[in-house]
Write a protein that binds this ligand. Structure first.
Ligand code: CDP
Ligand code: MG
Length: 717
């Protein structure tokens, strides 16, 4: 990897050069403040240095309906003025004129596929139409699944607002560990995982009159499993209406899976989007994003900017860089509101992205691919797309799951670009070359079911009485090895017998706890009499990535505070220790502050724990504490995770089963100790973008395992 960077490596290949000559418009987008001035725009004092400017070339245009430039200017200025009432907004959505056609189609067909552009009103309007049409009489509910928690929450809150009801009453949402619904709830938004869980308590979903599987194109693991289950129950519940709704992507697939169900297409309202590519690959896409935002801000007319990054850390870094640049530039540039959005962002911060932009200012939203189709943000005219996303991948041979930053698919890139053309003609800046788009991106994203660990899903299906998983009706079946490995692990845990059936010890109720917490140690708390402690640990694991914080200016203090929580036995015990101390201080905020602990995460862990406790009481599992004796806890954890064992060899840690080299994460309490045997909670690969040495297409990475853990327990043999 340490080859010197040569000019040659950056030079375009001959084939690439010819292709570019043929396909790319020579008209590079002019990007100096001078050009902005030439267009009669407000002149700013700030001029970007020549070498700072990124060169973009224009290649293709996404078709839309505005032809003339002045028409677009009109749209833009209307956008600034327009203050529609909430009911006017409802009536202005593309789905509105189709209300009665749609309701009729639903009345005539049991299963209907609905296709429409993002923002056409599928998620927020259709459940309301059904409610108005009487689908919720006699206490029946309408359920609408979302692949993402943030979407479930924000959409429910929007619909509650449109219906002028309090969120949690008629309109509610349900996501893991957070149930914001009541007896009165008739429109229920939920994550796809939560609907799956409901099958355990209500296998025929009898309380629902309509199930909407929304964002079906996302093809998450849970959505895919839902497809099979819902198709099955629809056969013996002819009164149940099933709607599968999707962005305009491959809807024929859904139709043929659901026995040629008809497709209802909502004609989109879409304006043209000019797509620009970088002339050369960008080695550091974060920096390139920051520069592009500023370029747009100082040279382009009104309109908000949406930037797609891969995750929380990147988004935070990007926002910080932007804030720093803005602070330095001060009044030389117009006001810029920098707003992050990602799954773990507190909901009050999330709501900010939907607030209208103040006049004269520009909103810059830095998002994960949640903004691709799940959330519609009005007023976006510019999209910056570095072309990456974080994706789960699973190696069934090693049983290793990893979250890797990879180039996104062409379908994703086009969805992202589409976000620029919703309210007026827009521009999408791709931080990769046109060549990279054509040759290096997959057409579509591989469904999650084919790249993930299936343990929990297998457990769930088994507890629903579905024993023959090989013949389960999957739209795209998972790889055989993945299924076998999941069965093998469940057998080894004692959850399945040699016939592949659920064993008696694994009550359906306990499956629920395990499914909820993702922690197989919950199988064993009864045997070892330490359910109190395991529940705490499971709750803490659910917020594990956000317990300690390390402010940049107090790294040493923060690390010392962290080390002070170290107790023998490893990271699980540290989590337990943190939680116990927090409870002893009476949930003190001051204590959290002094110890560099995120109070919000602990409060969340407490909520999770309370819910789990409630569940345990319902299923009559006695809560037992092992007091100060840590051995039962360590036994339960070891029993639940024995297949995650690693041994220290002369050449570092090796997983016992696969002899895979792994490392203890520097944040682990066992990082220094290096005990001979460890049990880990999860293995995480991280990928670092390989910055110094890039191929001409700019997409070469070095991949290394940097995290083992984050939670490790020390077993004494
Ligand atoms: O589901 P689909 O992408 O078709 O659209 P939607 O989510 O129902 O959004 C329709 C419209 O509702 C958006 O264009 C926004 O104007 C509005 N909306 C909002 O203001 N706030 C939200 N949290 C969600 C939607
Ligand atoms: Mg939607």
């Amino acid at each position: 990897y340490e080859e010197p960077v040569t000019e040659e490596r950056f030079a375009p290949r001959e084939e690439q050069r010819r292709w570019e000559e043929e396909h790319i418009g020579a008209a590079a987008l002019k990007f100096g403040a001078k050009d902005a001035h030439a267009r009669g725009q407000k002149e700013y004092d700030y001029v970007m240095e020549e070498d700072e400017v990124i060169q973009f070339v224009s290649a293709t245009q996404m078709k839309g309906t505005v032809e003339k430039e002045d028409e677009n200017d009109k749209l833009l200025s209307e956008l600034e003025k327009k203050k529609l009432s909430i009911q006017e907004v409802r009536r202005s959505l593309p789905v509105f004129p189709y209300r009665s056609d749609l309701l009729q189609a639903i009345a005539e067909h049991q299963i209907l596929i609905i296709e429409g552009e993002t923002g056409s009103g599928k998620t927020t309007q259709i459940p309301q139409y059904l409610h108005e049409e009487g689908y919720t009489v006699k206490g029946m509910k309408i359920g609408c699944t979302q692949p993402r928690r943030v979407a479930a929450m924000s959409v429910a809150s929007r619909v509650a607002q449109e219906m002028s009801v309090k969120l949690g009453n008629e309109v509610g949402y349900s996501i893991r560990f957070e149930d914001c619904t009541s007896e009165r709830t008739v429109l229920k938004y939920m994550t796809d995982g939560m609907l799956l869980r409901e099958f355990l308590t209500e296998p025929d979903l009898a309380s629902y009159s309509v199930i909407i599987i929304d964002e079906a194109h996302e093809r998450t693991l849970h959505t895919d499993v839902l497809f099979g289950l819902i198709k099955d129950i629809a056969r013996f519940r002819p009164d149940l209406k099933v709607l599968v709704s999707s962005a305009t992507l491959n809807t024929e697939r859904f139709s043929s899976f659901f026995d040629d169900a008809p497709i209802f297409r909502i004609p989109g309202r879409r304006y043209p989007v000019d797509i620009y590519y970088t002339k050369a690959p960008e080695a550091d896409y974060l920096e390139a994003c920051v520069v592009s935002v500023l370029q747009i801000h100082v040279t382009q007319p009104t309109g908000d900017i949406l930037v797609f990054l891969t995750g929380q850390e990147e988004i935070e870094a990007c926002c910080e860089m932007l804030q720093e640049r803005c602070r330095r530039l001060g009044s030389k540039i117009a006001e810029m509101l920098i707003l992050p959005i990602y799954a773990n962002l507190p909901s009050d911060m999330q709501a900010k992205i939907f607030e209208p932009t103040p006049p004269g200012a520009r909103k810059v939203i830095v998002a994960t691919n949640i903004a691709e189709t799940s959330l519609t943000i009005d007023g976006i005219i510019y999209v910056i797309d570095p072309g990456f996303c974080k994706q789960k991948s699973y190696n069934a041979r090693t049983g290793m799951e990893s979250l890797i930053v990879t180039p996104c698919s062409k379908a994703s890139a086009n969805q992202r670009a589409g976000r620029a053309g919703r309210v007026a003609a827009g521009k999408c800046f791709r931080l990769y070359t046109a060549w990279a788009y054509k040759n290096e991106m997959e057409d579509t994203t591989v469904p999650e079911i084919q790249r993930t660990n299936l343990g929990n899903v297998v457990l769930l299906l088994k507890s629903l009485g579905i024993n023959d998983l090989i013949h389960f009706d999957f739209m795209d079946p998972p790889p055989h090895e993945t299924l076998v490995l999941a069965l093998e692990q469940l057998y080894a845990l004692g959850a399945l017998n040699h016939l592949g059936e659920l064993t008696k010890v694994i009550l359906v109720a306990r499956v629920m706890v395990v499914y909820l917490t993702n922690t197989s140690s919950c199988f064993f708390f009864k045997r070892y009499g330490c359910s109190e402690q395991i529940l705490t640990i499971a709750a803490m694991l659910s917020v594990n990535n956000a317990i300690f914080y390390r402010p940049k200016d107090k790294l040493v203090h923060a690390d010392t505070a962290r080390v002070n929580f170290t107790v023998p036995g490893g990271d699980h015990m540290v989590l337990l220790n943190v939680y116990t101390q927090w409870v002893e201080t009476g949930h003190s905020l001051q204590w959290c502050y002094e110890n560099f602990i995120q109070a919000r995460s602990l409060r969340r862990a407490r909520d999770v724990r309370e819910q789990l406790e409630g569940l345990m009481t319902r299923i009559e599992i006695e809560l037992k504490s092992c007091e100060d004796d840590t051995v039962p806890i360590r036994k339960a954890i070891t029993a639940g995770y024995f297949y995650h064992t690693s041994r220290l060899t002369r050449s570092g840690y090796k997983t016992v089963k696969q002899q895979q080299s792994v490392f203890i994460h520097p944040n682990s309490s066992l990082h220094e100790d290096q005990p001979r045997w460890v049990i880990y909670h999860e293995l995480v690969f991280t990928t670092k973008e390989f910055m110094r040495q890039v191929r001409s297409d700019g997409r070469e990475y070095i991949q290394y395992i940097s995290i083992m853990g984050p939670v490790i327990i020390h077993i004494q043999l």
